[in-house]
Design a protein around this ligand. Structure first.
Ligand SMILES: Cc1cc2nc3c(=O)[nH]c(=O)nc-3n(C[C@H](O)[C@H](O)[C@H](O)COP(=O)(O)OP(=O)(O)OC[C@H]3O[C@@H](n4cnc5c(N)ncnc54)[C@H](O)[C@@H]3O)c2cc1C
Length: 454
């Protein structure tokens, strides 16, 4: 059936405000981008569709930072610093940060409370004089010409409004702003399939003594339950781990597919709707199984997050696309702006496949080139976070929070440098950017001493 259209009359859109830098999206990348631009003295607005910050980390209930650390020749080091360090310190002061824990015996991750993350992020942005606009859904752009964004249109409770800025940073995770502006992008692997989404949830009321290290025994219990025919699981490699309070555990267990088995596409409204509903059903199934695990008998679902967890949608094509080989080969780049120590983590049909750089032979992290942040075609735009310029395999690693903080921080600082030098982001002097990032505590790889401690 041909698509039907409704004519929408042209209208004048009120100007919400004019800024030097506008950041769309308040996840790890957007938080760091806004802080870095504002800290450099630029009038900065961060726009977020929800009423809180954290992105997938809060809105999708992730509750765990990956990619802050690397396994450097067998020794754990926290390689993502800078704005991430400031944020972690604030979460910690609120009592909301776990000590890092070992995943698969090879790499560290660090759990947190979502409430503490939200409050700490508000506080961090306020401390750096970032202007924030919550409950504002980016909905389109007005272009000056093919290469320049004039304004970002946002839908708010007060109706549609326009945000003017000299430089825009797309940290929407989905590359919304870049796509509206006409920047090229890719979707999925060679067959168009994206990483599968998951509905995260958290349980409370667990008996920590009886549960013990249940994350070690749960995979075998799942296999037994499958063999006995009492339960069926959408994927292997379930992750069930304690939060800061050991009576509360997070559950990363589900996998959302379309009827044809392909991953739910996070850009398709009907698929997202199905994903949310199926996700909650799968959460309930998983809960029913988990109550059979010793220590979990009396637990209950304390949180089903506001949205389905989307791992991958658009990946923008920029000056360089970070690849899976770069991750496994611990690649170095002249224009490095930060690093990623997380392995490839591919959420494929029915499973999660991790691929690490060689341990302990390798240094365990790859550098992130500035060119990942500069999209083709559009001149007053940077893109940071999980929608930055990466291949499907590269994104499976560098999409996690740590490298997203690093990319965001570099994008914000780069926007400020471009404004200061009256140039476009793609043409700034990257050595100046690198110097500034290092002065502010970021670790970029190259010859810089690897930070000690966790
Ligand atoms: C189920 C699941 C489990 C994961 N587990 C982990 C883990 O354990 N550790 C880890 O580090 N990472 C994990 N990740 C990955 C990680 O959470 C994300 O990749 C990371 O948050 C990406 O950061 P980002 O800033 O690029 O984008 P996001 O976190 O996606 O943030 C984007 C922000 O932009 C906002 N936004 C989007 N579009 C618009 C719009 N049009 N208008 C206004 N606002 C908009 C969103 O509301 C959101 O706040 C997981 C992801 C999923 C889905």
């Amino acid at each position: 059936m041909p698509a039907k259209f409704i004519e929408e009359p042209a209208r004048q859109v009120p100007l919400y405000g004019e800024y030097e830098v506008a950041v769309l999206g308040g996840g790890p990348a957007g938080i760091a981008a806004a802080v870095a631009a504002a800290r450099a003295g630029r009038r900065t607005l961060l726009i977020e569709r929800y009423g809180f910050l954290g992105g997938m980390g809060t809105a999708a209930g992730v509750t765990n930072f990956c990619g802050l650390h690397a396994n450097v020749h067998g020794e754990m080091r926290r390689v993502v610093q800078g704005v991430a360090t400031e944020l972690l310190a604030r979460i910690d002061r609120l009592g909301g940060l776990n000590a890092p824990h070992l995943i698969l015996g090879k790499i560290l991750a660090q759990a947190y409370d979502t409430a503490a993350y939200k409050i700490a992020a508000d506080d961090l942005l306020a401390a750096h004089n970032v202007n924030v606009l919550f409950h504002a859904l980016g909905a389109g752009v007005a272009m000056h010409d093919d290469k320049h964004i004039h304004a970002l249109m946002v839908e708010t409770r007060a109706g549609r409004q326009a945000v003017r800025a000299e430089i825009f940073i797309d940290c929407s995770g989905d590359g919304d702003l870049a796509a509206w502006a006409g920047a090229p992008y890719e979707l999925g692997d060679n067959n168009g399939s994206m990483l599968y989404p998951s509905m995260m949830f958290r349980l409370n009321g667990i008996d920590p003594e009886r549960a013990g290290e249940a994350w070690r025994t749960i995979p075998a219990l799942m296999e037994q339950a499958e063999a006995a025919g009492t339960h069926h699981f959408p994927r292997k490699a379930a992750i069930v781990r304690p939060q800061r309070s050991s009576i509360e555990w997070r559950v990363n267990f589900t996998q959302l597919a379309r009827a044809d088995g392909a991953a739910i596409n996070g850009l398709e409204p009907d698929e997202l709707t199905r994903g949310e509903i199926d996700g909650r059903r799968q959460a309930l199934d998983a809960y029913n199984f988990l109550r059979t695990v010793p220590g979990f008998e009396k637990c209950y679902i304390v949180d089903l997050p506001p949205q389905l967890g989307i791992r991958e949608t658009r990946r923008i094509v920029g000056g360089y696309m970070l690849s899976g080989e770069d991750v496994l080969g611990c690649a170095a780049f002249e224009d490095t702006i930060g690093v990623n120590g997380w392995p490839m983590e591919s959420h494929v049909a029915g499973d999660v496949i991790f691929k690490f750089p060689p341990i302990p032979q390798s240094r365990g992290f790859n550098e992130l080139p500035y060119r990942m942040l500069t999209p083709e075609r559009v001149d007053n735009l940077l893109v940071a976070g999980r929608c930055a310029s990466m291949t499907h395999d590269g994104q499976s690693a560098a999409r996690v929070s740590g490298p997203c903080f690093a990319m965001g921080e570099a994008a914000g600082a780069a926007a400020a440098l471009a404004l200061g030098g009256n140039t476009i982001p793609r043409e700034i002097a990257v050595d100046k950017l690198q110097l500034q990032l290092q002065e502010q505590g970021a670790f970029l790889g190259q010859d810089q001493a690897i930070p000690k401690g966790l």
